[in-house]
Design a protein around this ligand. Structure first.
Ligand SMILES: Cc1cc2nc3c(=O)[nH]c(=O)nc-3n(C[C@H](O)[C@H](O)[C@H](O)COP(=O)(O)OP(=O)(O)OC[C@H]3O[C@@H](n4cnc5c(N)ncnc54)[C@H](O)[C@@H]3O)c2cc1C
Length: 503
């Protein structure tokens, strides 16, 4: 804890969270759990509602729910009905497809081999990790005694936004967070600090700290404090998505999100137990809404609900913590869901906010705010550059949109990493070229894109026969274990048996 005089900065006792989407709820719950003395209230507006999308997570999400927040695993599965996601299948670049998971594929070295797997995977990148072997075979988990799924390790979820919001709301209420359903009318502020918010129903709420979780409306950070917005348009050109889906028929439930190259962007497929959710993210400079919808429906003839278009801008606010306002979730910034990073970023924001409050004994000063803003800003910029890699090297289609991406996407702070890769290939030395460490994706993330899309490099390694044999043997072990694994359907049936116990 920092050494500071008790009255140097105002003590934060009360927090008002504006917004009851996943960002407001996760932040409220995290603050209540990690800084329990805080009095937390949350206001949401049923008239405005929540965005209703945001259904793929990364592996940090279950870890945060069950370890940091301490939610009961069985209860969460029962209420929120998630299915499992082991990674993303990219229908992208010259290969038929490749997988990016939460383990290590390319930045991993099988026993006895002198080089990392990335060097051996130029032609065939299958079976480099447990997760990628499972996904390749339509399986979710390896199986243990009596064919039971072994549910552990770095998996993520597919989860319907409505179920998630309802479940988190219940947990927030039982954690002692006070709820109000009302719409913001007027904000009182002075000298760059918010003092109170008045709501349409007549209530006026004062607080020491305000969390802006109002989604794209960014009511406090954007509209009241007018913090400048830093656009990511140099690397990310898409600005709309059309979303639709259908009730699952006999399609198997897949343990991965699919990201598929389209003429003017890409299309996701997210797997819920009873519903398949599809969305086409596109660039309105290259295609209008009607033509994008037509391309979407042609690719997805089963879409049965009314598709809706969501508009967005990619970027982030210059600072997310300004005075006594902290923006989280879509109010703090946004990138398209190509790596489903938004929920992970919310968790990162919430944890660092809690840490800033704890470290400053709830009296955060300019230094705490500066560190927070640098850390969160860097995390946003890293996601921006990681997504830029997806666009820059995708040679699958030759439409004007993809030509423009290959020519003009900026790799931002991670341009030097690509230069090093061109020279060295998928070397572990590349970590020296990362602009920030620790880095959320590590070398592994960037290599998954570069090797996955067969981007050439100079220092080729010609494996000898012995190395080839060891490599194939290791891959064979992973392939056999995966082939004997269980599907999502089998794993769901297993956890619903009365005899199932979560370890
Ligand atoms: C097309 C698309 C796909 C996405 N896919 C993913 C994905 O796969 N994975 C992922 O992690 N993320 C994804 N996201 C991001 C996703 O939206 C966020 O992860 C998440 O839902 C957080 O939303 P939020 O809570 O910030 O905003 P919202 O859900 O919009 O919530 C805002 C809250 O603020 C309240 N509010 C707003 N204004 C006022 C007001 N004036 N008065 C009172 N209350 C107010 C609203 O009522 C609501 O409760 C996607 C986003 C888009 C656009």
């Amino acid at each position: 804890m920092l050494d500071r005089s008790p009255d140097s900065e105002p003590e934060i006792r009360s927090v008002l969270v504006l917004g009851g989407g996943s960002a407001g709820l996760l932040t409220g719950l995290t603050l209540k759990r990690l800084v329990p003395d805080l009095d937390v209230r949350l206001v949401h507006s049923s008239d405005i509602g929540v965005i209703g999308v945001g259904e793929g997570t990364t592996a940090v999400f279950p870890e945060h729910l069950f370890k940091t927040l301490g939610l009961d695993v069985g209860e969460f599965y029962r209420d929120a009905q998630p299915t499992w996601k082991q990674g993303i299948k990219f229908v992208w670049g010259p290969r038929e497809h490749f997988f990016y998971d939460f383990e290590f594929q390319y930045d991993n070295r099988f026993d006895g081999l002198p080089k990392a797997s990335g060097y051996y995977a130029t032609d065939d990148c299958r079976d480099l990790s447990h997760a990628c072997s499972l996904m390749e075979r339509g399986k979710a988990f390896t199986s243990g005694p009596l064919g039971k799924p072994i549910i552990r390790g770095q998996h993520a979820f597919h989860i319907e936004n409505e179920n998630l919001v309802k479940t988190l709301t219940r947990h927030a209420e039982s954690a002692g967070i006070g709820f109000l359903d009302d719409t913001l009318e007027r904000v009182e502020h002075e000298g760059g600090r918010v003092t109170a918010i008045e709501f349409k129903g007549g209530e006026r709420i004062e607080a020491d700290l305000f969390i802006d979780a109002s989604g794209f409306r960014a009511e406090l950070i954007g509209k009241v404090l007018e913090e400048p917005f830093r656009s990511f348009s140099e690397g990310l050109f898409c600005d709309r998505a059309v979303i639709g889906g259908w009730e699952r028929e006999d399609e198997p439930i897949l343990a991965y999100t699919t990201a598929e190259t389209m003429d003017h962007g890409w299309c996701w497929q997210i797997e819920h137990e009873h519903f398949i959710n599809r969305g086409y993210v596109y660039a309105s400079d290259f295609v209008d809404d009607d033509a994008a919808l037509a391309e979407f429906l042609k690719r997805n003839p089963k879409v049965s609900n009314e598709p809706r278009v969501v508009r967005f801008r990619s970027g982030r606010y210059e600072r997310n913590w300004v005075g006594n306002v902290v923006a989280v979730g879509n109010a703090s910034g946004f990138v398209e869901p190509l790596e489903a990073t938004a929920l992970a970023q919310i968790i990162y924001e919430a944890r660092w906010l809690a840490e800033g409050l704890r470290m400053s004994a709830r009296r955060p000063d300019d230094t705490v705010r500066k560190f927070y803003n640098e850390r969160i800003g860097t995390a946003w910029d890293e996601i921006r550059d990681f997504l830029a890699y997806h666009y820059k090297f995708n040679t699958r289609l030759d439409t004007p949109f993809w030509q423009h991406c290959r020519e003009d996407v900026s790799l931002g702070d991670h341009a030097g990493l690509f230069e090093a890769y061109q020279e060295l290939g998928p070397s572990q030395l590349l970590s020296e070229a990362l602009p920030v460490r620790p880095n959320v994706y590590g070398i592994e993330g960037f290599l998954a894109m570069l090797v996955g899309m067969q981007v050439p490099y100079r220092a080729r390694h010609e494996a000898n026969a012995g190395e080839r044999q060891l490599f194939e043997k290791a891959r064979g072990r992973l392939a056999r274990a995966a082939a004997a694994g269980v599907t999502v359907r089998q794993a769901l049936d297993a956890i619903r048996k009365p005899t199932w116990q979560w370890s």
